[in-house]
Design a protein around this ligand. Sequence first.
Ligand code: P6P
Length: 335
Amino acid sequence: MSRKNKTLGEYIIENQASFKYTSGELSRLINSIRLAAKVVNHEVNKAGLVDIIGTAGDTNIQGEDQQKLDVYANDKFIQTLTNRNIVCGIASEEEDDFISINSQDENNQNKYVVLIDPLDGSSNIDVNVSVGTIFSIYRRITPVGTPVKIEDFLQKGSEQVAAGYIVYGTSTMLVYTTGHGVNGFTLNPAIGTFYLSHPNMEFPKNGRIYSVNEGNYTHFPQGVKNYIKYCQMEEEDRPYTSRYIGSLVSDFHRNMIKGGVYIYPKSSKNSTGKLRLLYECNPMAFLAEQAQGKASDGFTRILDIKPNELHQRVPFFCGSKNMVEKAEEFMRKNP
Ligand code: P6P
């Protein structure tokens, strides 16, 4: 059991050896994400004070208004990862295509690519509700020293070497895994240091919280409707509590601590659901499984889905293992 109050830097050094095939590069990569998280956190926390709220005028590839903090967070993470010369490529939910980072340079020995959702839940920004950053890290599969290619980014989620999120909430936390469990670090803003506050985070096998946007109820598959009614029935440990923040990172984080299930299903409005496989579902699924939880599209394990394009969307059922499996049972009966 890791000692609490250890700093993130100390933790990374201590666990360096347990991470296979790294020459310290992954540690430097996590450290650069730590720096970007502190910079973005500073802006998120003062968003109400400066003219950084409001749409940046553009819309991203998802057709969503880009809030200025979206743009700022995207730029900061890309800039930090580029300046530290650690990765050979970056893909962002806010960018139409992936970005090569000097990968055409035959001397570029960097072997990791990073996929990010720089500010998830951004519609919550100007109502002062928590938002988050999600990141996902793979080793490139094309030869080092050659230009990075789309196949480096379209790997199955099971190939991730690390994944995590920053939640900018009542406190700012960085939660991540490198395949050896999930650990949470809380930022002390007074000194700008992350401390290990939540070692070995795990989803309770059961929970009594379900997170779904019930405003879309009439558009849901019958199996989801039946599962929601199951949650609401006066029976056994039910009815459950409905909690939906509109920010995946926040709902996921609460459910991991208290037990619960998050569902964003397909619907008659979104035939493949809303969440992005590469930038949201794969990293959160890796974390969920490392925290003894489960993540599927209602039928198939998320980490087994072979992506076919950067902005692919999938239905998402994620959280306490027994709750996800109960929801999957309803989906099998009424897909
Ligand atoms: P809706 C934010 O845009 C997001 O991707 C997740 O963070 C969040 O859970 C979901 O979409 C909210 O979507 O359609 O319920 O507003």
